[in-house]
Design a protein around this ligand. Structure first.
Ligand code: DGJ
Length: 745
């Protein structure tokens, strides 16, 4: 891995064994993009990648020269207003009302390692030699501003991380009206765009379309990254698939309003922009102040979408998630939400926990309803001390009982960013909520959003949580967030800074996470926003796991977890077995299938175990012992998507251990079929020279055989059971466990 600067040609080459990223100081002093893709050998001059030509209706930079226009140039951090008519990476409003800028190269520095971003989540390194960083300083002398473009190349990953910083060095105020994290000008448009979109309970469904001239974009302006769109986009070559071909993955390490957009121009250049959504955003820079954008992570894969996802999984699991729980086996938990909703007391909770313990469950999580006067969703949010009518001895008493009487760890739900009007917090601090003076204050689930752009509000919630946690035995926190922001305005900030509130809000959320994780480093955090409304890389920096979706139906979960796996590791996906009929879909699925899906995440239960039959309780014991045996492999192995539930009735995925000796595969048939075809499935990731046995199947099979010829997966299907062919139902599934027995010599 290296970053080279060629003095003569003013070219930068960032490369490692798999990728090259090449850029150049252009003739006008701005930064031009030359190449990003598979690694190529370094040389002094890649300037031939710059193409400019005369075209009618083009505006040119230099007098007498009919070839040099920014409209033709691929750039690193482009602006609008001179000769480029595409959407820009940034815009700065100056004192005289002008928005024209001209940032030219001034200096650069190259150093080992990777800096953190103050107040923001970011990829980090752990050991010397893992990464190198390039900072390019550009200056607009007339404006009196500096732009610092920051690039890190990782030694072991086909990844570039990028961010930008803008500093006001003038004597007057500058206002940023747009500040994206990164821009990629790709030389053609032959890509398929892939996004992860959906809704509450239908998160991260895979949607594809071919790029066309014009703008295609996704984003959020809700204050949270959202159920609707994930801050991620992939561009893959039309011929690339899950296993081969070029794919680019772009992911924003941010939890608030975002924009991911691709603009295909007249010359088929594809400009990808990613960063904070400009709608509702502006940022004042007083003299001497600077603005730091969130970080963008750009992955290159020549091994198709699985290759891209595997890079994200490893990077996000090992160099974005942090802390005590990063590498530890996650406890199997039982959560009482779908078991009791708001209706519980200390004894009913302990009853569930006792049976759960007998089944082998390791942690009990008490969900919503334990605090203030929270007996329904109209009250209590903001008052983070126990409801003594339900829990006589408070959280301290209950957590002690769970630990001592049930021998389990105890976890607790919070929704720190919210308030109900019917709460002590709101009665004493009505000004703490986000609202615009004189306007209607919209609610979501009868609740309001606290103004986390204000430090005193974050302090107030921190001190309530800190004193409760210091006094109780809490090993896990589920941090929920059940509505988006409306009427965004803060009474604490002046008129000219109201465009900062959305971003300042998220900075406040990060600050509270940072303080709590520092104060209680051994508490495991699971982020949640009505399920998957904030399943993003920003959250992963603080909470190594996220409640993937409120939808716990096994069939819906196949699609949700499959889509989520495009970017996020299995160790980050909370996945629980719940009862049937399912509470979201009212569907009945076999208990085995519910577990067979949930194993491929952070496994747990979301039900009243005492209401299950004896047979079901027995089955659950088996499931828990399986989950304990394989959770390490499932969370740390290499994951391959094999069959897509978005393309047919079948789905399959496999996780293979690092040494390729063990693998666990999930195979799912959504609806039963009659007189079904014979089926073979080609496995992936095995050791070609190893022989494997498969639990429940006689014989042994070489890795080569299983990957090239395939495994027979034909099932009984529907038909005349009297014929003796066995049965298979709707929502049928099977787990295949493979063990390597000997290696070819
Ligand atoms: C939404 C979450 O996603 C659920 O799991 C549960 O915690 C409820 N909120 C509680 O209000």
């Amino acid at each position: 891995m290296s970053i080279i600067y060629h003095e003569q040609t003013k070219e930068f080459h960032l490369y490692n064994d798999s990728i090259s990223y090449i850029m150049k100081v252009l003739r006008n002093g701005q930064m031009g993009q030359l190449y990003f893709g598979s690694s190529i050998p370094d040389k002094e001059d890649f300037g031939y990648f710059i193409e400019t030509a005369h075209r009618p209706m083009t505006s040119y930079l230099f007098e007498g020269d009919l070839s040099y226009s920014l409209e033709h140039l691929k750039q690193e951090y482009p602006s609008y207003g001179t000769t480029d008519y595409r959407e820009p990476a940034f815009e700065i409003l100056q004192e005289n009302g002008s928005r024209i800028s001209d940032f030219v190269y001034k200096a650069h520095k190259i150093y080992d390692g990777k800096p953190g971003l103050k107040g923001l989540p970011a990829i980090y390194t752990e050991y010397p030699g893992e990464a190198q960083t390039l900072e390019i300083l550009l200056e607009d002398i007339l404006m009196g501003a500096q732009l610092i473009l920051c690039y890190t190349i990782m030694r072991d990953y086909p990844v570039i991380t990028r961010s930008a910083k803008i500093r006001n060095c003038s004597a007057s105020r500058l206002t940023l009206t747009r500040a994206m994290s990164a821009c990629l000008d790709l030389p053609d448009k032959d890509y398929e765009w892939i996004q992860l979109s959906g809704a509450w309970s239908r998160e991260r469904q895979i949607k594809r379309r071919a790029l066309q001239q014009g703008i295609q974009a996704i984003g959020s302006i809700r204050g949270n990254s959202s159920h609707n769109h994930n801050p991620f986009v992939a561009l893959k070559r039309p011929s690339a698939d899950e296993f081969q071909g070029e794919a680019l993955g772009m992911s924003l390490v941010y939890s608030g309003n975002f924009l991911m957009q691709a603009e295909v121009d007249t010359y088929d250049v594809t400009r990808v922009l990613m960063g904070i959504h400009p709608i509702g955003f502006s940022w004042n820079l007083e003299p001497g102040e600077a603005f730091q954008t969130p970080e963008a992570v750009i992955v290159f894969s020549k091994d198709g979408l699985n290759g891209m996802s595997q890079t994200f999984h490893k990077l996000y699991r090992q160099r974005l998630a942090r802390g005590y729980w990063r590498d530890r086996e996650r406890p199997i938990l039982i959560n009482n939400w779908e078991a009791t909703y708001f209706d519980f007391n200390e004894d009913s909770i302990v009853e569930i926990a006792k049976t759960a313990k007998k089944a082998g469950i390791e942690m009990f999580v008490l969900d919503d309803g334990w605090y203030g006067t929270r007996n329904d969703d109209r009250q209590g949010l903001g008052d983070w001390s126990a409801n003594l009518n339900k829990l006589e001895y408070g959280i301290a008493g209950l957590s002690k009982r769970i630990e001592e009487e049930c021998q389990m760890k105890f976890g607790l739900w919070f929704e720190p960013e919210m308030v109900n009007e019917n709460s002590n917090l709101f009665r004493s601090h009505p000004d703490y909520r986000i609202e615009t003076p004189g306007r209607r204050v919209s609610h979501g689930r009868n609740q309001f959003v606290l103004d986390f752009s204000r430090k005193e509000v974050v302090d107030c919630i921190y001190s309530q949580m800190e004193s409760l946690l210091a006094d109780a035995r809490v090993s896990y926190i589920k941090w929920d967030m059940n509505r988006s922001i409306t009427e965004c305005f803060s009474s604490a900030w002046p008129a000219e800074q109201q465009g900062e509130i959305f971003h300042r809000y998220i900075l406040g959320v990060y600050d509270l996470y940072e303080r709590l994780t520092n104060r209680f480093p051994e508490i495991l955090f699971e982020s949640c926003a009505s399920g998957g409304g904030r399943f993003d890389p920003g959250m992963l920096y603080y909470a190594p796991q996220t409640w993937t979706s409120d939808n716990s139906d096994a069939v819906e979960r196949i699609r949700i977890q499959y889509g989520t796996s495009m970017v996020y590791p299995l160790s980050s996906m909370g996945a629980h077995v719940s009862v049937t009929p399912n509470h979201q879909m009212f569907r009945n699925t076999p208990l085995a299938t519910r577990a067979n899906v949930a194993y491929f995440g952070v496994f747990g239960y979301e039900l009243d175990i005492n209401k299950l039959s004896e047979e079901e309780q027995e089955e659950i014991k088996q499931q828990i012992s399986f989950a304990k045996q394989y959770r390490k492999l499932i969370h740390k192995g290499t994951f391959y998507r094999l069959l897509s539930p978005f393309e047919g009735n079948l789905a399959a995925w496999i996780v293979v251990s690092d040494d390729r000796k063990d693998a666990v595969m999930g195979y799912y048939k959504i609806l039963n079929d009659v007189i079904c075809p014979y089926r073979r499935l080609k496995l992936r990731g095995l050791d070609a020279g190893m022989d494997y046995v498969i639990e429940g199947i006689t014989g042994s099979y070489s890795g080569k055989e299983l990957m090239n010829a395939g495994l027979i997966t034909t099932d009984a299907s529907a038909g005349q059971v009297l014929d003796g062919g066995g049965t298979c139902t709707d929502f049928w599934s099977r787990i295949y466990v493979l063990h390597g027995i000997k290696k070819e010599v």
